[in-house]
Design a protein around this ligand. Structure first.
Ligand code: CA
Length: 285
């Protein structure tokens, strides 16, 4: 796959994550989780700014009323970049100091879905939650080890989901009216030699783009789980990917530099894979 991959932010993140395109401001928000920083990349100028968060934030979404919502170790926090501060909307496992929130995304109704994980990766210590527009939080299921990538099919009938330690992309039947999940099944089984599935996004053809941690690649899979393409990344720890830009035709890829002296590790990459992504939905509450 020749997609003109380039590094757009050279300063290495410890573990870059959570890229989200913000069409309102024409910027890409992204996180350095252990670096405890929120980044704002402006593709028009190439300028990347960051703010210290003081905690490990696993993911972010846009908020319809303005600003962002962060998935933090204490729960969901509304965040205002201009003020550089946040306000807790709803607690999630805030009484459990051994876990933090990780990957998350909004469905097309504007609910924020995100899961948790133990800092020490204790098997089954995490869970998967949804915060409705009224800030009420419901636990959808437990027994999660590293809650990671998620993506919805264009008709909202399917939620694709990654718990990294399963080595799989799974799917649920999704009821968007009630925000309920059923019929969990495995769609893609990834061999250990290809790395661990981490972040994920979906394109307008319904194909899944899966970042492979320790795999040095992003894989594209058909909705039925067939490997369709391999986008090689010059860093092994590939963490997440998201479509961005005015035409949603730019794919941004985050990577990690922890535990390696590879000079290509931890950079933010971008390419034009030849397909476009689906628009981001902001949190409704
Ligand atoms: Ca992740």
């Amino acid at each position: 796959m020749d997609a003109r991959l380039e590094a757009v932010v050279d300063i290495p993140a410890v573990l870059g994550e959570g890229p989200v395109w913000d069409e309102r401001e024409g910027v890409l928000w992204w996180l350095d989780i252990p670096g405890q920083a929120l980044h704002r990349f402006d593709p028009a100028t190439g300028d990347d700014q960051s703010q210290a968060l003081g905690q490990e934030v696993g993911s972010l979404v846009l908020r319809q009323s303005g600003g962002l919502v962060l998935a933090t170790p204490d729960g969901f926090v509304a965040y205002d970049w201009a003020r550089g501060r946040g306000d807790l909307l709803a607690s999630v496992e805030s009484d459990n100091a051994t876990t933090r929130m990780n990957d998350g995304k909004c469905d097309r109704q504007g609910r924020f879905f995100a899961g948790t994980m133990a800092y020490d990766f204790t098997p089954g210590a995490g869970a998967f939650y949804v915060m409705d527009a009224d800030h009420n939080v419901r636990k959808l299921f437990g027994d999660v080890t590293i809650s990671n990538g998620l993506a919805w099919s264009a008709d909202d009938s399917t939620l694709y989901y990654i718990d990294t330690m399963t080595g799989s992309v799974e799917a649920f039947d999704f009821d968007i009216a009630a925000a309920t999940l059923s019929d969990r099944r495995t769609v893609v089984k990834i061999s250990e030699s290809d790395g661990l599935p981490d972040g994920m996004c979906i394109d307008t053809e319904g194909y899944l783009w899966v970042a492979l941690f320790n795999g040095g690649a992003v894989h594209r899979y058909s909705p039925s789980g067939a490997l369709d393409g391999v986008l090689e990344i010059p860093a092994q720890k590939v963490t997440c990917c998201a479509f961005a830009g005015d035409d949603l035709g730019d794919l941004y890829i985050t990577t990690a530099s922890q535990d390696t002296d590879d000079p290509n590790a931890g950079k933010l990459y971008r390419c034009r894979p030849g397909v476009t992504g689906t628009p981001v939905t902001a949190y409704a509450g």
